[in-house]
Design a protein around this ligand. Structure first.
Ligand code: GAL
Length: 426
């Protein structure tokens, strides 16, 4: 039984025992499960909280720390299993289909029609938010994953005069940073961070078509072929530049090492920018964002979205439903889209906003997203729940992190291991 069926079986039993955690109040409460707990991200989510409170509703914050959201997903499953789902939760990509199929999500037809979501969102986005043709989640942003973050001051001290655009230039910069006593690459050794680097290497080595074959179609020849062996060879090489103190570190603590000038670079999606912004640093001056070497022209996207749950019987009041709808409505309004995304590091998900209000990284991201859309370069991020089921993603995470922690692991056979792990998770 895969994890989805297991979850379905447990939920059908546990829904007999609904709990009530909601405070009784007149206008309604919305409880939101998310994992935006770094300094910059907490600041971003606070924008939504304030707007909901301004509308007279109570925001019950159920943040679960842990980058990439694995811990939050475990909490969410436990909550659903005990018949006590929150009103809203950060659920993304194909996972929305799995929750939708369980019959646990609310239909957002009314709020989406009244607010013309179909005309505000690109088809890539709106398709992801719908289950069985109906909206079940509201998208809040578009993150890009294939970025390299650079501290130019550190580069200067190490005698590096330009941002790397190829893997060889990346290694050359790494050598100079090492020689000058810096950590070349800030990296926290957590499975989702390892796989964020891995997917960037897949894109760099195999190109957008290869990425699609390997990580979206899960094609055997792409997963086990010579290019994949090269991806694992590059991963080993890159590992030699990673922070020696990075084991188990949170991504934001690693970002802080680049911000504070201890490290030169970080491979991370643009939520990393939230930490730079929160530290008062300016894009283009204090830090640089460049496409991960070898991936210019492609855009690995990660769309954050809030799914709305059917409320447990005792919480199912008109006020609480109104509060849910308010979150769905407010999340796509310009006021929220501007301020939230400026803080979060992402770009707005609606396509009619003025990007001159964003810094150079935000503007580059919006431009690159549009251009990649014309050339087939918009690719869903595997490491950020956009490309596969969570079960398949888990199999990839395990294989990649095991490979990285095994000093004698053989890049030539890693692809075969990856393929068989994926097969048994399907
Ligand atoms: C991603 C999420 C981002 C950011 C990141 C680090 O999966 O989409 O918004 O929170 O994890 O935790």
């Amino acid at each position: 039984m895969n994890s989805f069926n297991r979850l379905a079986a447990i939920i059908s039993l546990a829904s007999i025992f609904p709990l009530n955690v909601y405070a009784a109040d007149s206008k309604g409460t919305v409880e939101v499960v998310h994992w935006w707990t770094s300094g910059g991200e907490a600041k971003a989510v606070d924008v939504l909280k304030k707007l909901i409170e301004k509308d007279g509703y109570t925001w019950q914050d159920s943040a679960v720390a842990g980058g990439g959201g694995a811990a939050a997903m475990t909490v969410l499953k436990t909550r659903a299993v005990s018949g006590n789902p929150p009103s809203a939760a950060q659920i993304k990509g194909p996972d929305l289909q799995e929750w939708g199929a369980l019959g646990l999500l609310s239909n957002l037809d009314k709020v989406s029609t009244e607010n013309k979501w179909d005309t505000l969102l690109s088809k890539t986005v709106s398709d992801t938010m719908k289950y069985d043709g109906h909206y079940v989640a509201v998208p809040v942003n578009i993150h890009r994953v294939n970025w390299l973050w650079i501290n130019p001051e550190v580069f200067k001290k190490a005698g590096i005069d330009k941002a790397p655009t190829t893997l060889d230039e990346l290694y050359a910069a790494g050598d100079k940073l090492k020689a000058a006593g810096f950590i070349p690459l800030a990296h926290g050794g957590q499975p989702w961070q390892d796989s964020t680097v891995f997917e960037n290497l897949v894109l760099s080595v195999m190109g957008p078509q290869g990425y699609k074959k390997a990580l979206i179609d899960l094609d055997e020849s792409a997963l086990t072929g010579p290019q994949m062996a090269d991806v694992f060879t590059q991963l080993k090489k890159l590992q030699g530049y990673m922070d020696p103190d990075g084991t188990g570190q949170d991504w934001n603590l690693e970002a802080a090492k680049v911000i504070n000038g201890k490290a030169g670079m970080q491979i991370m999606g643009d939520w990393a920018k939230s930490e730079w912004s929160a530290a008062g640093k300016k894009a283009g001056t204090d830090y640089e964002c460049v496409p991960f070497p070898g991936t210019k022209g492609s855009f690995t996207y990660n769309i954050d979205s809030l799914a709305m749950f059917k409320l447990a019987k005792k919480n199912d009041t008109p006020g609480n439903i109104a509060a849910q709808n308010d979150v769905a409505k407010v999340a796509l309004e310009p006021e929220f889209q501007y301020v939230f995304n400026q803080n979060k590091g992402s770009i707005p998900v609606r396509n009619d906003l003025d990007m001159s209000k964003f810094d150079s990284c935000g503007q580059a991201s919006a431009k690159d997203f549009d251009e990649a859309g014309k050339t087939g370069g918009q690719l869903p991020s595997m490491a950020h729940n956009m490309a596969t089921s969570l079960a398949v993603q888990g199999a990839i995470f395990d294989t990649v992190s095991n490979f990285m922690s095994d000093k004698s692991a053989d890049p030539a056979s890693a692809g075969k291991k990856l393929y068989s792990a994926i097969k048994s998770a399907q």
